[in-house]
Ligand binder design. Structure first.
Ligand SMILES: *[C@@H]1O[C@H](CO)[C@@H](O)[C@H](O)[C@H]1NC(C)=O
Ligand SMILES: *[C@@H]1O[C@H](CO)[C@@H](O)[C@H](O)[C@H]1NC(C)=O
Length: 384
């Protein structure tokens, strides 16, 4: 009898762990591996993505830029000089480009063919992080990154970002091909079976969000695909690249949120725009003295998910410098503010936080109201 009970228990436990491992959409917020696990490996390398998967990330993130032969590859910026040995390998291609109002000098992805780009090796751009993996890993293509996500032993989503789409679309090589960066990225995702809308059966098998700091390309994509879109937002006073007379504070109003909800399923704001010091209060240890700016509430009011960036373990990077550990920062943003996911450089820290919280609460989260909501009809694309 006791033996039979043990067998039943083992079967139940096996079933539960399978459910937890395999079922999407999730009932708890998402761990988004920012540039993979870039707290430990050079950004946007297969080693970084694989480590994030191994650490339990729900999504891995690829910032997409284009090569000279219009192959989408994973890099934080078209400028390769900060994260690779491009300047040493292609010194004759060093130049200055103005992208969205900033001047960058070095070697750019759009001046290298994929074959040339593949000769580069990545390096860790932050001096305080582990430099021992420099010079080992090539720059992955969007397709290689997708293959890694699909080969994971459990469902792992992709979270590509179109980087500077207006600037990319202005390049003669893109114009000559009569295409756009959005179409190039979307073609690859569709080829690999990604579909929307958010939380549909097809999406839950191969989850994906497409993110961008620009507005126009997301509106364009919303007419062409049901894959859920995420509107990224920078600091209040930062100019929107494709709406240069406007700043992100113009996207944060109630009316703007209502419009964003017509094309996007989520918003990815800078975490510091979600909180502010209470009037007259000191911002002291672990978020005491901080209050909501109202942005979290407005995003949720329109039924959108909220995935702020970027959570990092280093003490000096904790929001407002007022948190003693990343754990305390996660408690404020997940427990009190109710965010639905976070971009993190250390997927293991956030995953551990979720596991511990799940044990504490005996169940997983109550933010499921938004995160599990089915995709809503999009006026831009009635098929979704
Ligand atoms: C970028 O470079 C151009 C040409 O040298 C210069 O006129 C402009 O002021 C620079 N912009 C910034 C933001 O530094
Ligand atoms: C804030 O901190 C400063 C310096 O520690 C202190 O002088 C001041 O009284 C504090 N203000 C409040 C409202 O707690």
């Amino acid at each position: 009898m006791r033996f039979a009970a043990a067998i039943v228990l083992a079967i139940v436990l096996a079933f539960c762990s399978q459910v937890e491992a395999g079922v999407w959409p999730r009932s708890r917020p998402y761990v988004v591996g920012h540039r993979g696990a870039c707290g430990y490996r050079p950004d946007h390398t297969m080693a970084s993505y694989q480590l994030a998967v191994d650490m339990g990330a729900d999504f891995i993130e690829c910032d997409v830029v284009l090569t000279k032969d219009l192959v989408p590859v994973c890099r934080h910026e078209p400028l390769l000089s900060d994260t690779t040995d491009a300047d040493a390998k292609f010194p004759s291609l060093i130049k200055t480009n103005t992208i969205d109002g900033y001047n960058y000098t070095g070697v750019f992805a759009n001046d290298l063919t994929l074959a040339e780009l593949k000769t580069l090796r990545a390096r860790q751009p932050l001096p305080e992080r582990d430099q021992s993996f420099n010079g080992l890993y090539p720059v992955p293509t969007l397709e290689e990154y997708i293959a890694l996500a699909k080969a994971a032993p459990r469902t792992v989503g992709i979270y590509p970002e179109t980087k500077h789409p207006t600037w990319h679309d202005s390049l003669p090589i893109v114009k000559a091909a009569q295409t756009t960066m959005s179409d190039i990225v979307l073609d690859v995702l569709e080829k690999h079976g990604y579909k929307g809308p958010v939380n549909s059966k097809a999406w839950s098998r191969q989850p994906a969000f497409i993110q961008s700091f620009e507005v126009g390309n997301l509106k364009y994509l919303s007419r062409k695909t049901c894959i859920p879109l995420v509107q990224l937002m920078d600091d209040f006073t930062a100019a929107i690249p494709d709406m240069p007379t406007k700043t992100y504070s113009d996207l944060m109003t109630d009316a703007a949120m209502k419009d964003i909800a017509t094309y996007a399923s989520g918003v990815g704001p800078w975490k510091n725009t979600l909180v502010r010091a209470k009037a007259g209060a000191n911002v002291t240890a672990n978020g005491a003295g901080l209050e909501s700016t109202g942005l979290v509430e407005r995003i949720h009011k329109y039924g959108m998910q909220l995935h702020p960036y970027t959570f990092r373990d280093e003490a000096y990077r904790l929001t407002y410098g007022s948190f003693s550990t990343p754990w305390d920062e996660y408690e404020l943003f997940f427990d009190k503010m109710g965010i639905d996911g976070a971009f993190t450089d250390s997927a293991d820290t956030l995953k551990t936080f979720f596991n511990e919280k799940a044990k504490e609460q005996g169940r997983l989260w109550n933010t499921g109201a938004v995160i599990n909501r089915a995709g809503r009809p999009k006026p831009h694309n009635p098929k979704c």
